[in-house]
Design a protein around this ligand. Structure first.
Ligand code: PMP
Length: 773
């Protein structure tokens, strides 16, 4: 501020004071981000004049006044900044300046005392007293109702995630990683609890400058300017964030505050779980706002008072698992954040080795034990959330409450089998058929993808009276004997026979990036389709059918080029075979534009096979075909699968279809998938290791290569990326013939923020890996 400005301001404030309050005094600016001035009268008494900025409404000032008044009336044993009314009895003072600007302000009693941050270290007694005072404040302020209290501001902890996209403002990679971790905890732990957290008017900024102490007691609380309706626990979390900044054992100190708070205002278990991520989020918001302000004016020291200390604390807190943190934080309460976590990871691995067949292998170099799932998140033994970008089974989100409830309800009522009549079976069959082209009108229900493909194979053979099958290179269709026989992914892979059975004929994978007919532009699909015709010419007898995924998942997230299926299906049908679409991975709206992936190429298969997402994790699957084909299968041999189409499965399947529709998940997949692809294509231009980005909707592959001219696969780096991303809280996997394609096929409920976060973290991890060599 220039001298001229400063004397003009002093003059203006003096005038405002004299007109509205009948006195003035010596004026000096107080530290902090707001425009607060100390007014010292000749007799030594002091007041604080707070000038309102353009965003401060009369309602907000009223709330501040109400809160202080309420606490004074409640006889809290602390001093509070009581509002001094103007001489006309109003809370706000106003003055029109010479240049016709309206200045608004309110005058508060000056509360003398030493700020907490100047009175360190804090004793246990002081920590406990702080907890007690905050709890009392929260109880007393919960009675205040004001229409404007549903305000927000950039410190609003209930909207901390508004700052997530500004992480890029931080130059240091390590620091960005810490912030990503904090917002990840916030999104995965706080957001899902939000509805259940009690809300009330809170102070909103109980930082260590706003708490005055004397003789091991809190003697004053200042600055009610950030008051707003929020989850009540946010007040406690904010206080914990700041008041443990300089503690060597911040969580133990926080536990002492929480213990005292809980005695006055008992916390719920959800509030307890939210405290740690909220504490971290407050510090993250603080450092982001500092970074943002530094770009505006790096000389304003008042703006960066807590920045260094906040970073230091974030570094410490970010090495703590949320479960461990919650257990420590709850240690002085009667709450148990984790009841039974079961055996440790090490113990479980030992037990598995002893009891489970060795060919059943867990993923990752350090396997994960999850305790629960919700939406797009899985939570491990340490309470750490993982963004699940890999599991397409839990299609509408892990443990979706409507699906869970449908299953529980039916299971408690009746579970029989298709030898009896029940409404669920036909109602569900009808609903499923309604998603398909009209001619696909007859259903079979079984229990797994393998079983459903097995049945499809049998149907094709019975219908055609033939045995031979066409299969796509690298394809996988299941784990049973015949499925291994028609899965080149298995019989050509490790431990496989290395060659097809005589009745199995392999056609090339229709890969536009590295296959036989790559680079043929619009004709690529047709060329691969005609290759099917060429192969058929060399088979001396008619075939039973052609089985293919509509999008090739285990084959490396390959999107068949347009025209492929039309051409290939024609050749197959000319050879007497049926066309079987395995939609086990790609179906149920995942591709966004259509419900079924085969619809992308305007073809209608003879048999459609469904699995994985169909029951959101409940083991069920289906085969849908034309009536004429199903009729031919009824050759006298009864078809019965004990569990296939049971009432519970039908109820669950129905709930999944309802949720997809009710929550608009197909359209959502289209939007979020497009955003993800756009971000990934941006990264492709930046990182040479990304050879190809392909996908549709939420079925996406990222192919990593060593060299753009040879397309040599970067297999080791792909595995390393998956592990790096796991360490950053994101689940992915690799696949394809060279295991160099990173697969993305998440629950369809992931958000655009999740997509943006993935792109930022993937970008950082690629840069990091490059630097590490
Ligand atoms: N087909 C495809 C395309 C699959 O991805 C899978 C499972 N990975 C199966 C069939 C077999 O399904 P399930 O494991 O349910 O038997």
């Amino acid at each position: 501020m220039t001298d001229k400005n400063s004397s003009y301001l002093t003059e203006t404030i003096t005038k405002l004071m004299e007109i509205e309050y009948d006195f003035s005094g010596e004026i000096s600016r107080l530290a902090g981000e707001n425009e607060n001035y100390l007014i010292k009268k000749d007799d030594g008494t002091c007041f604080v004049l707070k000038l309102a900025d353009d965003n401060t409404t009369a309602g907000m000032i009223e709330i501040e006044h109400l809160a202080v008044d309420q606490l004074i009336n409640a006889k809290l044993p602390i001093r509070l900044p009581r509002v001094i009314l103007t001489r006309t009895g109003s809370v706000q003072a106003r003055l029109m300046t010479k240049d016709r600007k309206e200045i608004r302000g309110r005058l508060l009693e000056f509360v003398k005392g030493k700020a907490w941050c100047q009175a360190l270290p804090a004793t246990n007694e002081l920590l406990e007293n702080l907890g007690t005072i905050i709890a009392q404040m929260n109880m007393d302020m919960s009675f205040i109702v004001h229409p404007d209290s549903k305000r927000t501001h950039h410190w609003d902890l209930a909207r901390a995630d508004q700052h997530r996209s500004k992480i890029y403002l931080i130059d240091s990679l390590e620091k960005r990683q810490i912030l990503e971790w904090v917002f990840h905890l916030y999104a995965a732990i706080v957001r899902p609890l939000f509805e259940s957290l009690p809300k009330s008017l809170i102070h909103g900024d109980i930082n260590d400058d706003n708490v005055l102490v004397s003789d091991e007691r809190v003697v004053g609380i200042l600055d009610f300017g950030d008051c707003l309706t929020n989850p009540t626990v946010c007040d406690l979390a904010i206080a914990l964030a700041y008041h443990t900044l300089d503690e060597d054992n911040p969580l133990e100190a926080a536990a002492t505050i929480i213990g005292a708070y809980h005695k006055i205002r008992p916390l719920s278990i959800d509030e307890m779980m939210a405290i740690f991520p909220l504490m971290c989020a407050r510090l993250a918001v603080s450092v982001i706002i500092s970074a943002q302000r530094k770009k505006i004016d790096p000389t304003m020291e008042n703006w960066f008072v807590s920045e260094k200390r906040a970073w230091k604390k974030l570094e410490v807190l970010s090495t703590t698992g949320p479960a461990q943190a919650a257990i420590i934080l709850a240690s002085k309460t009667n709450l148990e954040p984790f009841e039974n976590r079961g055996a440790s990871v090490t113990e479980l691995l030992k037990n598995r080795q002893r009891l489970i067949a060795p060919s059943v292998s867990p993923s990752y170099d350090k396997p994960l034990k999850f305790l629960k799932g919700k939406g797009q998140y899985l939570y491990d033994y340490n309470g750490r959330p993982f963004l699940d970008l890999y599991n397409n089974v839990c299609h509408v989100g892990h443990c979706h409450p409507k699906v869970v409830q449908a299953g529980q309800k039916q299971m408690a009522r009746l579970n029989t089998n298709t030898r009896y009549l029940y409404d669920g079976l036909t109602q569900y069959a009808q609903k499923l058929c309604d998603t398909l082209p009209r001619e696909l009108d007859t259903c079979f229900f079984v229990n797994s993808g393998s079983e459903a493909n097995e049945l499809a194979l049998r149907i094709a053979r019975v219908y055609t009276h033939q045995k031979d099958m066409l299969v796509v290179e690298n394809a996988f269709h299941g784990h049973t004997s015949s499925m291994i026989d028609i899965s080149p992914y298995k019989f050509m892979g490790q431990g496989g026979k290395g060659e097809p059975e005589p009745w199995v004929h392999v056609v090339p994978v229709p890969d536009g990036y590295r296959g036989k007919f790559k680079g043929r532009g619009e004709d690529t699909g047709k060329a691969y389709g005609n290759e099917v015709g060429e192969i058929l010419k060399n088979i001396p007898k008619p075939i039973a059918g052609f089985i293919t995924e509509s999008l090739l998942s285990c084959g490396g997230q390959v999107i068949p080029p347009h025209g492929y299926f039309k051409t290939a299906f024609k050749h197959v049908r000319d050879a007497g075979g049926l066309c079987i679409a395995d939609e086990i991975q790609a179906g149920f709206g995942r591709v966004g534009s259509h419900f079924w992936a085969f619809e992308l190429q305007s073809v209608v298969p003879d048999i459609v096979v469904m699995g994985k997402p169909i029951g959101n994790g409940h083991p069920m699957s289906a085969v849908v075909t034309r009536k004429e084909i199903a009729d031919s299968f009824a050759n006298g041999m009864e078809f019965f699968a004990t569990f296939g189409g049971n009432p519970v499965s039908c109820a669950i399947g129905m709930a999944v279809l309802d949720v997809i529709k009710d929550e608009g998940l197909q359209g959502h997949a289209k939007q979020v998938g497009a955003r993800m692809l756009e971000g990934l294509n941006g990264l492709k231009n930046k990182h040479d290791i990304i050879g190809d980005v392909r996908g549709i909707g939420l079925f996406i592959g990222i192919e990593l290569i060593k060299d753009k001219s040879t397309l040599a696969p970067a297999t080791r780096k792909a595995a390393e990326m998956v592990n790096r991303l796991k360490n950053r809280g994101i689940l992915l996997g690799t696949d394809g013939p060279f295991n160099n394609v990173i697969k993305i096929k998440p629950p369809m409920v992931i958000t655009k923020e999740d997509a943006d976060m993935f792109i930022r973290v993937f970008d950082d991890a690629l840069s990091n890996m490059k630097n590490a060599g």
